[in-house]
Design a protein around this ligand. Structure first.
Ligand code: HEC
Ligand code: HEC
Length: 321
């Protein structure tokens, strides 16, 4: 995705901020790493060895959609496909792409807002929550140096508000299937899209203490089909253990009785477990800090890695709406 981004914008005149971002992106391609103390499986760092997988080329279609696109035109982050325009209200240019927009929200979060395992599900999140996260990425209180940090810095307040309002109106659907298994299929993290995908010809491997998320259908995920979601493989026993921890930790007191969000605390139900785990590690480590994160700091401080895996598995398995 990073490489495609570069190709896509190389022809246009870059503003200082964007040029800096791209320079950093280019460097980050090799350097992408996780601070000591955080497990790299939660952050989708591309593997060094990249087996050949399919290429998205030519004219592409998504099942059930009347639309078709040229693969090259929708590659990158400026011009995401909108496979099912009837399923959402009109979207602002910050989301769809358009004049002056190089990083359209829809390219990573999809037009449905539900995103991929390396990004985030923001469908139906309150606009105020989304705006607050953008401000925190911008200030650096919430760290994502590769993606949201630089994007939040170049996005105008107006575009952020318009995008936040759009995503807040969307209804989330079941987007991830959580499966407990000791021996998931062997996978690797592809550079393209930064997803974990099945290793071609690979067998199975022990899950260890990890959450492994793969697309249900790699091609449909790669073309950003909002009807094709993810499978999360989690260690046996995780869901029941997570349910007990959520009760003991009183997550519902702040996040709402059905964990679909309440006030300042966002929806956790049906959110991708890999994303949830990454956030809990970030709260515990301090890469998500500041006033907004203060209520979560004591919660996360008491969680072991296993607790984080269990809670994330349980929350991901709940109905999102
Ligand atoms: C190039 C890909 C990309 C684009 C474009 C992008 N995002 Fe993101 N976004 C991400 C990633 C990756 C994360 C997860 C970061 C993390 O784990 O903290 C994320 C996380 C977020 C979150 C945090 C969600 C939560 O539940 O706290 C918000 C809000 C968000 N993005 C909003 C936006 C908006 C609004 C836009 C358009 C202006 C946008 N993003 C464009 C990749 C992208
Ligand atoms: C005292 C209130 C409170 C309690 C208790 C609480 N949370 Fe939170 N949580 C919040 C708030 C507020 C936020 C939003 C923080 C922000 O704006 O950055 C949040 C954010 C989160 C996020 C990030 C969501 C996202 O979309 O990025 C996760 C994950 C999370 N909480 C999990 C939990 C779990 C699991 C528990 C129970 C073990 C829990 N929380 C208990 C208040 C709470």
């Amino acid at each position: 995705m990073i490489r495609r981004t570069l190709r896509n914008v190389s022809a246009v005149l870059l503003s200082g901020a964007a040029a800096l971002f791209l320079a950093r992106e280019a460097g980050a391609q090799q350097a992408l790493s996780v601070p000591a103390g955080l497990p790299d499986w939660a952050f989708n760092i591309p593997d060094k060895v990249q087996p050949a997988v399919f290429k998205v080329e030519g004219t592409i279609r998504a099942p059930g959609s009347a639309k078709e696109y040229e693969a090259a035109k929708i590659a990158g982050n400026a011009n995401p496909p909108d496979w099912f325009p009837d399923e959402h209200p009109p979207a602002p240019k910050a989301v769809t792409g358009g004049q002056g927009i190089r990083f359209a929200c829809g390219s990573c979060h999809l037009m449905s807002g539900q995103g991929h395992s390396e990004s985030a599900d923001i469908a139906g999140m309150p606009a105020a929550y989304i705006i607050r996260q953008m401000a925190n990425y911008k200030s650096g209180e919430r760290k994502d140096n590769e993606r949201m940090g630089p994007i939040a810095k170049i996005e105008s307040d107006e575009d952020v508000r318009a995008a936040a309002e759009y995503f807040s109106t969307l209804k989330p659907h079941v987007w991830v299937k959580v499966i407990e298994t000791a021996m998931p299929p062997t996978t690797f993290i592809a550079t393209a899209g930064r997803h974990r995908v099945l290793l071609p010809g690979g067998g199975t491997e022990p899950i260890g203490q990890r959450i492994l998320e793969v697309p249900e259908d790699p091609f449909r995920v790669e073309i950003r089909d909002p009807h094709s979601g993810f499978i999360a493989y989690v260690p046996p026993g995780s869901i029941a253990k997570g349910e007990a921890l959520a009760k003991a930790g009183r997550c519902a007191a702040c996040h709402g009785d059905t964990l679909k969000g309440k006030g300042e605390a966002p929806r956790l139900a049906g959110v991708q477990p890999l994303y949830l785990a990454r956030q809990l590690f970030d709260f515990r480590y301090g890469s998500r800090a500041g006033d907004a994160a203060a209520p979560m700091k004591p919660v996360a401080a008491g969680l072991t890695d296993d607790d984080i895996i269990a809670l994330s598995s349980y929350l991901g398995s709940l109905p999102p709406a």
